[in-house]
Design a protein. Structure first.
Length: 470
């Protein structure tokens, strides 16, 4: 970190530096609780993790701290630290404290639930996703108060840290609706997204949505001998192959009817930023399962293809005989598992309708088609880059990182759109982790100096917001 930490021009930085050792020690303690939400054997640990966070908040002086559980939901933590000015803006920081399983555990170089500091990197499950980033916000609030030399922040800060994000947030809608008054705010700060790269900090402005479904074609009631009946009856596997082949045109565009009708293209400013981010196609391919060549929709760069363009992917094809050797049959049934990544303003329910129409048009006579959706889907979300709150986050990040911060998005999906819809306010992203933190994989880590800068940015943001949101 350049600049004098005692420099009075950077009180937030000085405060973050003063708290840094305690921050790492506390985070290591939290990481030692194996809060694996997807594994019922660890649900008591998820509860313990929630209690740990609640205790940490009370130690930091947050006056209103609650653990929300019940109705089979894993516990979420809510806290509120009011501004001195009752008319100050209210912000809600969203994160999660549940973590992914650690298998295969033998591939970890350090114990997954100890929090091992190696140089600047802290290794452990949840270090990056998402305990590190939640802890970053606790530090940001402390630094904000210390910089102000005050007991109350410039904005009322609420914290909502759920325990089921890694399970797909099955109770989030109910939690948001049950606690609508507690969660009321003017802005949500979503803290579960990475910077683009260590030397290229970015502000994420959106996440893609998701819709998934399995399409099943069924012919007769049983497989039939291909010599006796082959050539005389429809083959479900051939029909699935034709449907899959029809999914994209030669330019890589998805051929579901009306698929692009609601797509909002990124602004020129966003595309210009994406084009100047450091990008190495070979590294990208190596990190993308060792792919041999790029593919995708014509007219868009690789980053644009994963950030701002919708997709259709075949996740699996099932049908017929797949054992050793040959079995000469016409199968009775075949299926394909499809997923669609969506961008604003596509809606999962409209994609479901379009898929139904597409499947109907590609179901040959003599076969019946069934579509089995995987849940309701996740809507996409993006913020306009000229929104005052986005500009404030960008300014705070630029001050903390001491360099220009460009726009980015992420190709994955999360509950930002749901938060926007249920709480009814804009959602901005403030994260300080990296895409190569190996989240969900062995050897998850977080780069501690980036979390400290993220905390500084958050502390600066709380100071900026009253003026920017007025
Ligand atoms: Zn996460």
């Amino acid at each position: 970190m350049s600049g004098d930490p005692e420099n009075p021009e950077h009180p937030e930085r000085a405060a973050v530096a003063a708290f840094a050792d305690d921050f790492v020690a506390d985070l290591r303690e939290w990481l030692s609780i194996p809060s694996i939400g997807t594994d019922p054997a660890h649900h008591e640990d998820v509860a313990r993790s929630a209690r740990w966070l609640a205790d940490a908040l009370r130690r930091d002086g947050w006056p209103d701290v609650q653990v929300w559980s019940g109705s089979g939901a894993l516990p979420a933590v809510y806290a509120c630290l009011p501004a001195a000015d009752p008319d100050a803006p209210v912000v809600l920081v969203y994160g999660h404290h549940d973590v992914q399983p650690v298998d295969p555990v033998e591939q970890w170089h350090y114990p997954p639930f100890e929090g091992t500091l190696v140089g600047e990197e802290l290794f452990g499950r949840g270090a990056s996703d998402d305990k590190g980033q939640v802890a970053m916000h606790l530090l940001g609030v402390k630094a904000h108060l210390a910089a102000l030399r005050a007991d109350h922040p410039s904005v009322t800060i609420k914290l909502f840290v759920e325990g089921e994000e890694e399970s797909g947030s099955p109770n989030l809608t109910r939690l948001l609706d049950d606690h609508v008054d507690d969660l009321a705010c003017d802005l949500v700060v979503f803290t579960d997204t990475p910077l683009y790269a260590r030397d290229a900090p970015t502000i994420c402005t959106g996440q893609r949505g998701l819709y998934g479904a399995e399409v099943v074609f069924t012919g007769g009631t049983a497989d039939v001998h291909s010599g006796r009946a082959g050539g005389s009856v429809p083959n479900p596997a051939t029909a699935i192959a034709r449907l899959v082949a029809a999914l994209h045109d030669d330019q890589g565009r998805v051929r579901l009817p009306g698929f692009y009708a609601d797509v909002i293209e990124p602004t020129a400013a966003e595309r210009a930023d994406y084009a100047t981010l450091p990008f190495d196609q070979d590294v990208w391919l190596a990190n993308s399962g060792g792919a041999q060549a790029e593919a995708g929709e014509e007219g868009w760069s690789t980053l644009e293809r994963v950030w701002v363009r919708p997709t259709a992917e075949v996740n699996g094809i099932l049908g017929g005989y797949a054992g050793p050797g040959l079995k000469t049959i016409v199968p009775s049934r075949a299926a394909v598992k499809l997923s669609f990544r969506l961008v604003p303003d596509q809606r999962p329910e409209r994609i479901a309708d379009a898929l139904r129409e597409f499947v109907d048009a590609h179901t040959p006579p003599g076969l019946s088609a069934e579509i089995i959706p995987r849940g309701d889907g996740t809507p996409p979300y993006a913020m306009p880059v000229d929104h005052p709150a986005v500009r404030a986050v960008k300014e705070a990040l630029e001050a903390a990182f001491e360099q220009p911060v460009r726009f980015s998005r992420t190709g994955g999906s999360g509950p930002a759109a749901l938060l926007r819809q249920r709480i009814g306010v804009p959602v901005v992203y403030l994260g300080a982790t990296l895409p190569d933190d190996r989240i969900h994989a062995p050897n998850e880590r977080v780069v501690v100096p980036l979390l400290l800068r993220g905390a500084e940015a958050a502390a600066r943001l709380w100071r900026l917001l009253p003026e920017r949101l007025s």
